[in-house]
Design a protein around this ligand. Structure first.
Ligand code: ASP
Length: 327
C-alpha cells in the first residue's frame, strides 16, 4: 500500500516536472515613451525586434535549453540592434565613448556574472556569462573585463562599432543643455537598456540586463545593470528580475534583491512587490524606471513609473505579446 502511494507520488512529481511550461519576458528600457514620440514605422521596428528576441529565447527553450541560455540569446538580439541602449547603439559618456555594463544570474544555485565598463566585447551579456561560468569572480570591470572576454574567445570589436548617429545626437543634445543636471536627461531618452527574465521547463529562473548606461555619464561610472541585487537578480525560491531606470536609485534601493526579499520573507505576490517598489518606494524619491519579473509559478509583471517601457513576453505554445506605451 505504502509502496503504491509512493509510486503514485513519484509519478505525480515527475509529471509535474515535465508539465512545467516556460515563459520569457524582455524589456528594452523605460522612459519618455509615448505615442506622439514615435512614428508608426518606429513603433513597428521596436515591436519586431522585441518579438525577435522573444522568439530566439523560445527556440532555445523549445529545444530543451536552460533559462540562462534563453536570457543570453534574447539579449544578444537586442544588443545587436541599434534601436536599444546596449551593445550597438549604447549611449555615450561625456567623453563620447561607449562603456557598457551587463550581468546575468541563474536562479538555481545563485551563480552570477557581470562585466562593467567594457568597451570592446561585441556582446557584453556573453562576457557576463563567461565571468559566471569560467571565472572565480562575479564582476570584472574595464580593461580586466575586456581582456578576460578576449581570452574567452568572444567576438571583440573596435570601440567605434557601438556608436550610432542616434547616440551622437543624444550626447550633443545633452551637452547643449547647460542646465541639465545629472539624471534629468534620463527621462528624455527614448533609448533603453535591455533585459530578459525566463523560467524554463525544469523550473529554473534566470535574469540578465545589458546597457550603455546613461548619456553623459562620467567615464568609469557604473550603473545598476551589472550589480547583482540592484539591476538583476534571480532565485528559484522567489523570482527573476531585470530593471531599467535611473541606476543610482536602483543601486541605493537594492531594487532587484528587494523584489526577492519581499516575496520570500514578506510573502508578497510578484505584483504587489513590484507595485510597492515602483509606485511607492521609488516614486517617493522621484526615481524613474521599470522592471520585468517572473516568479517561480510563471506569473509575469512588466511595470514602470514612466510614460512607457518597451516590453513583451511569450509563453510556451503562444505567440509573443509586445507593448511600448502605458495601456
Ligand atoms: N539603469 C541604467 C543605468 O543606470 C540605465 C537605464 O536603464 O536606462 O545605467
Amino acid at each position: 500500500m505504502i509502496k503504491k502511494t509512493l509510486q503514485a507520488l513519484l509519478l505525480c512529481l515527475s509529471f509535474s516536472a515535465f508539465s512545467q511550461s516556460y515563459v520569457v519576458a524582455v524589456h528594452g528600457g523605460a522612459g519618455f515613451i509615448n505615442e506622439e514620440r514615435f512614428t508608426q514605422e518606429e513603433q513597428d521596428a521596436y515591436k519586431a525586434k522585441l518579438s525577435e528576441a522573444l522568439l530566439a529565447a523560445k527556440v532555445v527553450l523549445d529545444s530543451g535549453g536552460s533559462a540562462v541560455d534563453a536570457v543570453e540569446q534574447a539579449i544578444i538580439i537586442l544588443e545587436n540592434s541599434p534601436l536599444f541602449n546596449a551593445g550597438k547603439g549604447a549611449v555615450m559618456t561625456y567623453d563620447e565613448n561607449c562603456e557598457m555594463d551587463a550581468s546575468i544570474m541563474s536562479g538555481s544555485g545563485l551563480n552570477a556574472g557581470a562585466v562593467a565598463g567594457v568597451t570592446r566585447v561585441k556582446n557584453p551579456i556573453s562576457g557576463a556569462r563567461k565571468v559566471m561560468e569560467n571565472s572565480k569572480h562575479v564582476m570584472l570591470s574595464g580593461d580586466g573585463a575586456n581582456d578576460f572576454c578576449k581570452t574567452q574567445k568572444l567576438e571583440m570589436v573596435a570601440p567605434k562599432y557601438f556608436e550610432t548617429a542616434k547616440s551622437q545626437k543624444s550626447i550633443d543634445r545633452y551637452k547643449k543643455k547647460t542646465s541639465a543636471t545629472w539624471g534629468s536627461q534620463w527621462e528624455d531618452s527614448k533609448m533603453g537598456t535591455v533585459g530578459c527574465v525566463a523560467l524554463d521547463r525544469d523550473g529554473n529562473l534566470a535574469a540578465g540586463t545589458s546597457t550603455g548606461g546613461m548619456t553623459g555619464k562620467r567615464y568609469g561610472r557604473i550603473g545598476d545593470s551589472p550589480i547583482i541585487g540592484a539591476g538583476t537578480y534571480a532565485n528559484n525560491r522567489s523570482c527573476a528580475v531585470s530593471c531599467t531606470g535611473h541606476g543610482e536609485f536602483f543601486i541605493r534601493h537594492g531594487v532587484a534583491f528587494d523584489m526577492h526579499a519581499r516575496m520570500l520573507y514578506g510573502l508578497q505576490s510578484l505584483e504587489h512587490a513590484t507595485y510597492q517598489i515602483l509606485h511607492e518606494r521609488l516614486a517617493a524619491v522621484k526615481a524613474l524606471g521599470g522592471l520585468i519579473a517572473i516568479d517561480k509559478s510563471g506569473n509575469v509583471v512588466m511595470d514602470f513609473n514612466t510614460q512607457g517601457m518597451f516590453r513583451g513576453y511569450v509563453r510556451e505554445m503562444e505567440e509573443p505579446r509586445v507593448f511600448l506605451f502605458a495601456k
